[in-house]
Design a protein around this ligand. Structure first.
Ligand code: C2E
Ligand code: MG
Ligand code: MG
Ligand code: MG
Length: 279
């Protein structure tokens, strides 16, 4: 009842806001059903080294909605984060990625492949996260050294010492860490120097216009130099053309991901792609 009144008040002042609230509530309801009916799956996007060889894949979540078709994560992850549903969704994503790593480990062609898994700030900060990861590893027999957890700078809104402690606990299990969308969020160099990372991912917004925008190119070049001089691997996201990749290569970039190499692919297509690309 109170909820109704709240809604009416909002509608009175701002119909657009009301629409957003309704849409959010609808997604939340649909997400419960999606979890029950297993409508989520992972797509995999190849990541390549300086020579264009595939060294890993990023697991990207997709929602096969019975009416709306394939829904990209940008449309439901923010809702799942707000409602807390991300905890269960994220657990299933991590478990599935571990199962996949374990399967690839069994075959010599794919044993070296790394899987990068996105973990949201809320999931990372949950008290059960380390146990959950440990359980997934045990249950599947996955090799933790082939799993890279991608965090965004939003984890830094909490106490940095807690963040470092948790990363270290997970590193002790063998996992590695990457900082996703680097440069778009809350990171400062003071934090960066303390985070025990293996990789920085240059956000695609800096990569998109490197051919024409001197500032974007300067930013990419600086991130590459900064990361490498700190002993980190640096991967450029959103590499869409050969010209982008050539420029990034000439600025010293040694890892990339983007439509130029491959789009995120369902498992069967990825395995076909892998078979055609030596790695
Ligand atoms: P992200 O982790 O930065 O992932 C990269 C996004 O860039 C993906 O979008 C990918 O499809 C897209 N992309 C890859 N190459 C190119 C390119 O060459 N050009 C362009 N324009 N885009 C490219 P996607 O799959 O829609 O995912 C969006 C975001 O949703 C991800 O950004 C990540 O933050 C989040 N996400 C995806 N899966 C998960 C998940 O399992 N858990 C969590 N917490 N977040 C996820
Ligand atoms: Mg990512
Ligand atoms: Mg990213
Ligand atoms: Mg992104």
């Amino acid at each position: 009842q109170a909820k109704e009144a709240g809604r009416n008040t909002v509608r009175f002042f701002d119909p657009q806001m009301q629409e957003k609230i309704n849409a959010h509530a609808q997604v939340e309801q649909d997400l419960y059903r999606a979890l029950e009916r297993r409508e989520f799956s992972l797509f995999y996007q190849p990541q390549v080294d300086a020579y264009g060889r595939c060294i890993g894949v990023e697991a990207l979540l997709r929602w096969q909605h019975p009416q709306q078709g394939l829904i990209p994560p940008g449309r439901f992850i923010p809702v799942a984060e707000a409602t807390g549903q991300i905890l269960e969704i994220g657990r299933q994503v991590f478990l599935q990625a571990c199962r996949q790593q374990a399967a690839w480990q069994a075959s010599t062609n794919t044993a070296q492949l790394e899987i990068a898994v996105n973990v949201s700030a809320r999931q990372f900060h949950a008290s059960a996260f380390v146990d959950q990861v440990q359980q997934c590893l045990q249950e599947t027999g996955a090799n933790p050294e082939r799993i890279l957890i991608e965090l965004t700078e939003s984890i830094l809104l909490k106490d940095i010492n807690e963040v470092i402690g948790k990363i270290r606990a997970l590193q002790a299990l063998g996992l590695q860490f990457s900082l996703d969308d680097f440069g778009t969020g809350y990171s400062s160099l003071a934090y960066l120097k303390r985070l025990p990372l293996a990789q920085l991912k240059i956000d695609q917004s800096f990569v998109r216009d490197i051919l024409t925008d001197r500032n974007d190119r300067a930013i990419c070049r600086s991130i590459i130099a900064l990361g490498q001089s700190m002993g980190l691997r640096v991967l450029a996201e959103g590499v869409e053309t050969q010209a982008h990749w050539q420029l990034l290569r000439s600025d010293g970039c040694e890892e990339a991901q983007g439509y130029w190499f491959a789009k995120p692919l369902p498992l069967a297509e990825l395995e076909r792609w892998l078979a055609q690309h030596a790695f």
